[in-house]
Design a protein around this ligand. Sequence first.
Ligand SMILES: NC(=O)c1ccc[n+]([C@@H]2O[C@H](COP(=O)([O-])OP(=O)(O)OC[C@H]3O[C@@H](n4cnc5c(N)ncnc54)[C@H](O)[C@@H]3O)[C@@H](O)[C@H]2O)c1
Length: 256
Amino acid sequence: MELEGKIAIVTGGAAGIGKAIATALTEQGASVAIADVREDLALETASGLEAQGLSAAVFPVDVSNSTQVEAMVQAVTDQLGQIDILVNDAGIGQSCSFLEMAEDEWERVMAINLKGAFLCAQAVARRMVERSAGGRIVSIVSTAASNARTDAAAYCASKAGLLQLTKVMALELGPHGITVNAVGPGLTITGSPVRQKPTDAYRTAFVAAVPLGRTGQPTDIAQAVAFLASPRADYISGQVIYVDGGYSAGKLSVRE
Ligand SMILES: NC(=O)c1ccc[n+]([C@@H]2O[C@H](COP(=O)([O-])OP(=O)(O)OC[C@H]3O[C@@H](n4cnc5c(N)ncnc54)[C@H](O)[C@@H]3O)[C@@H](O)[C@H]2O)c1
């Protein structure tokens, strides 16, 4: 129970990877706020945790809306207490070619994946600094933060931006005892009702480039986040851990 007594916000915690993160932090003793735009799914996730003898509270929010983010962070502080951990997981995918990408689609991806993380981190970090008790911020990026892929211009740019934002925050918030890190999943199959399933062709091509030979599971990602949120990671900041079966280590070479 490494996180006993800690208060954590998990954006996007209603489904997929975020749900596994909310579960892992709760299992470690944290009081978790599931902050998600899908209140229906968030309530389902919270009652699923309750059925396992765990508990989490639900706070509806669209992370791309600064007024809603400020209200959510204040509501969590009022209802659960001062925030120790923020996990920026809320994000959306994208699939269209660079030449065909519409301006509003570009803006939607950037608003949720990049601006949303900025707004949540700023609102939480201001309170952490005021309280002088340190804190943890972990953002979910992607292998796409450093490995470009086709049909994902806005997505890749948003995740690369979030990775760099992570490093800037590590520099500026470190003197306040706040660590800021990122976790970069490879292709992770979640069964989420929100995210579109990858095609079989995409999945096969991805697995062929993964040294460990499989896609990720949500718990693989959640364990890395739980580690970065724990006292075992006290001296780690400004880093990204890719949880991708070795995919981003480099290209497999063909042996003759
Ligand atoms: N699944 C993968 O293969 C994979 C790989 C790399 C990175 N990621 C990243 O991991 C994170 C989670 O992905 P996932 O596969 O679990 O996706 P998902 O769609 O299953 O879950 C995302 C969650 O975020 C919430 N959300 C979406 N927009 C929101 C908004 N504006 N405000 C608040 N909540 C919002 C959704 O309701 C959902 O609960 C994302 O940031 C994604 O980019 C996923």
